[in-house]
Write a protein that binds this ligand. Sequence first.
Ligand SMILES: [Zn+2]
Length: 416
Amino acid sequence: MAAPGENLQINSDRLWDSIMEMAKIGPGIAGGNNRQTVTDEDGEGRHLFKRWCEAAGLEMGLDEMGTMFARREGTDPELPPVYVGSHLDTQPTGGKYDGVLGVLGGLEVVRSLNDLGIKTRHPIVVTNWTNEEGARFAPAMMASGVFAGVLDQADVYGHVDKAGKKFGEELERIGWKGSEKVGERKIHAFFELHIEQGPILEDEGIDIGVVTHGQGLKWLQVTLTGKEAHTGSTPMPKRRNAGLGMARVIELVHEIAMDYQPDAVGAVGHMEVYPNSRNIIAGRTVFTIDIRSPEKEVLDAMDGRIREGIDTICEALDIKYQIEQVGHFDPVTFDKGCVKAVRDAAERLGYTHRNIVSGAGHDACWINRVAPTAMVMCPCVDGLSHNEAEEITKEWAAAGADVLFHAVVETAEIVA
Ligand SMILES: [Zn+2]
């Protein structure tokens, strides 16, 4: 495959200006954005993106989930396209870059190809996946999930927001429900540029995260049942303390996660104590264990050890337990060839880089199931995201988009 050469770079001013222009649509209250999925603001953002795509000579496709596919023709139109993109929707108090950088970075790739008069054998398609955030309508990564056959289209059309409005009807109302069947496109490869949403790259002063894996997760909801009793008059040996059981399980989860460093994590975030009274020993506790690892074997091993540990803890305290798995996402191993294209691009451009695991879910995690996929990450200030104060520098954005550019162009094959 032809290498594009290290002199080729995107136009960082144009990329930055476009991000700032998009951020004017659905402004937040604290400098970020509120451009939630299938709202009027989302519709307006889509129109702007479409205008830019058409100005760059791209042809827009739209599927029944509202996902936008802007195509730059290849010299061999029969070849499956290289896809690049992310999402334009935001959290209700979201930042200007989460998702947007990946879509507009993709647009900048084709704008730069146009400027440089470069043709590629494979077509290139810049994509805006609908409802990545899942804030207004659960679940997250909705359209890419339907595309990959993980979620059911008819089912998600019926999902409602807090006001009782249905996703499918809102998509239609804003005028962005297309007629193309979802998931029928052949994808040669998919690349997603995204801000890290964590602190590692900034802390280590590294330009580029080469994303090798996406973390898998399990959520286990645990109910411990002991006996409510007076905190003053019940002798210690007679207590069946569900609160103490919960405390021991929290400790256990932490210890187990520490045994699988550096990548595994575990915590109890959600806790309920009944009856939650100052002078009553807790008779029942309900809490959720969240464990994550990029390796399936590790995730399964953690799960097994936690279940065993809970059994031992509860036996010692004479309390009963129930464990229900309420969430699950298998770890993602991104495609070796696509990951190499990202790493080679960073190397060729002289950017510092390291392998990184994505702690958050992304559209790329679903698309990886149906096509070779990889992600490029750039740092974000203090690792802050899903927050209006989310910030990146123009240089970080440019480095990420440059790496995206080279990875995409190499995979789409330059025509000499
Ligand atoms: Zn995102």
